[in-house]
Design a binder for this molecule. Structure first.
Ligand code: VAH
Length: 318
């Protein structure tokens, strides 16, 4: 059976749906810090992943064989609450790795991020192997997490797989305090007939991907034969990159009166330390990764699903 930790989150919500489609509802247990799950048809456990004892109990009680660990604090929230973010991201991951080791789980999935890169990383076509000097608590936790996953995999022969996701665009579940969330908020605002004030400047180009592609990449990586996977750590993953300027131009082809004001805040420095584009040739070579959605197809699909919805809650500033 599969345990999804963070099943109510931005990635977890759609990943859980995909896992149910692939394995059947009886094979998937959803968990999250909230009392109630979003997938009513699934067994659900309220679970704080920093509670190792409770995690071990859930794994044992449900006969879990695989864990997808999607619970974490994202970049912007992490800069506002560094200790909380470090504890959630690191204690959470270490609990998952140790419980997986003791319970002899067959596979673990854990997401890294382009946030693991930093100013020393080439801004264009950030390489699979190279300088990693993250400048956010979140990015530091992702880089440290990558090394912990490699340590457990090498020392205990565990099958731990990971992807360095770019910024992910989705409509099903709102993200929790990311820097790339401006793009989601802009799409929500346009669909609600509103204008938008971007917290990133007009030419802040970042690697992005549509959630359905990111979910499919996760499933394909986890289904690939282990011997094909030459990258011991976390695979770079890419679709396209865009700037607020480019996104707004595409949105205005459908909503001509949509306009955006630019008021960069503390998140600008986070974005400026991330690469503009990613080299994901290892994923393409090792397990035939290919994105399916074009940038304009993503915008069309998002606006179609968002038509008439209220704008996304701007992350409350703490
Ligand atoms: C964030 N969406 O903005 C996340 C992601 C690369 C971006 O890690 O923090």
């Amino acid at each position: 059976k599969i345990l999804v930790i963070g099943a109510n989150g931005q990635i977890g919500t759609e990943l859980t749906t995909a896992l149910v489609k692939l394995h059947g509802a009886k094979q998937v247990v959803a968990s999250d810090i909230q009392a109630l799950g979003r997938h009513q048809e699934l067994a659900y456990e309220k679970l704080d992943v920093t509670d190792a004892q409770r995690l071990a109990e859930v794994v044992q009680q449900h006969g879990i064989g695989e864990i997808y660990h999607l619970a974490a604090a994202l970049s912007a929230k992490g800069e506002e609450h560094p200790e909380w973010a470090w504890n959630l991201n690191m204690t959470g991951l270490l609990n998952v790795l140790e419980v997986a080791r003791q319970a002899k789980l067959s596979k673990v999935f854990w997401p890294s991020s382009i946030a693991a890169f930093g100013p020393s990383t080439p801004r264009d076509n950030a390489p699979q192997v190279g300088a990693m000097d993250p400048k956010t608590v979140y990015g530091i936790s992702k880089l440290a997490g990558e090394h912990w996953c490699s340590w457990y995999a090498e020392k205990y022969g565990m099958d731990i797989r990971s992807l360095r996701y770019p910024g992910l665009i989705s409509y099903s579940a709102e993200p929790g305090g990311g820097t790339t969330d401006y793009a989601i908020q802009a799409l929500f605002a346009a669909a609600a007939g509103q204008n938008y004030t971007s917290f990133l400047d007009i030419d802040s180009t970042l690697p992005m991907m549509y959630m359905p592609d990111a979910v499919r990449a996760t499933i394909e990586l986890m289904s690939a034969p282990k011997e094909q996977l030459k990258v011991a750590g976390s695979y770079n993953l890419a679709a396209w990159s865009f700037s607020p300027r480019e996104l707004v131009d595409i949105i205005r082809q459908r909503y001509p009166s949509f306009s955006v004001a630019y008021k960069p805040d503390f998140r600008q420095a986070i974005a400026d330390a991330w690469p503009r584009s990613i080299d994901d040739s290892s994923a393409r070579e090792d397990w035939a990764w290919r994105p399916a959605y074009s940038l304009s197809e993503m915008v069309d699909d998002m606006l179609k699903h968002l038509a008439g919805r209220k704008p996304a809650r701007p992350e409350k500033q703490v």
